[in-house]
Design a protein around this ligand. Structure first.
Ligand code: COA
Length: 164
């Protein structure tokens, strides 16, 4: 059994110009502009807004990696609000899969200021579970990160009625 199959983490790959292993590199995709409605009474970015954005970002990442729109958040590890953002800040969110399980994918997340690169939030571990048509965990069959759109599901799925 490989490291990927056992969910022990993806094996190291190439290094970049700074000597970082590929596994350590997070690609930042979605950017947000912090607006008045995103603030808490302290005048800084409301944690709930940030968590909503990162959960949505992680859901899209899971869908792209697992090729299934029916992927749900199962678990989030400790969330570290490292520093605050304020109105007008441009922030960016990054995710990276750290392991593929049988029905799950585990990823790590970072949010940082787009200009200064100051870290705003880190989440070590976010787990999404791949579900079948009935909403039951199902094997996804993947063990490697895709950097293309080759797994993106093309059909929109009907909603699953809640289970008892
Ligand atoms: C997702 C859900 C169907 C999984 O049900 P379950 O009974 O835990 O399923 P399983 O025990 O088969 O576990 C499924 C996978 O999740 C992983 N998992 C379960 N609990 C976990 C936890 N606490 N931490 C990390 N991974 C966990 C398992 O290891 C398994 O992964 P693997 O197959 O890759 O090894 C169920 O928990 C659920 O419906 N949760 C609500 C999801 C939701 O609504 N999310 C939105 C949040 S608001």
């Amino acid at each position: 059994m490989t490291a990927e199959q056992s969910g022990q983490g993806l094996p190291p790959r190439a290094t970049d110009a700074q000597g970082r292993r590929d596994n350590d590199i997070i690609t930042f995709h979605t950017r947000k502009w912090v607006k008045p409605e995103d603030l808490n009474p302290n005048g800084t970015l409301f944690g709930g807004s940030l968590l909503r954005w990162i959960d949505e970002e992680a859901a899209v990442y899971a869908i792209v990696q697992l090729g299934n729109q029916r992927a749900v958040t199962k678990y989030m590890s400790e969330i570290n609000f490292v520093s605050s953002a304020t109105q007008g800040d441009l922030i960016e969110m990054g995710l990276r899969a750290t392991s593929f399980g049988r029905t799950s994918i585990t990823m790590t997340a970072q949010v940082r200021n787009m200009i200064t690169r100051q870290m705003i939030l880190t989440i070590d571990k976010i787990v999404f579970v791949n579900l079948d048509q009935s909403g039951v965990p199902a094997p996804h069959g993947y063990s490697e990160i895709t950097y293309d759109r080759d797994r993106v599901p093309t059909a929109t799925l009907p909603a699953v009625p809640p289970r008892d």
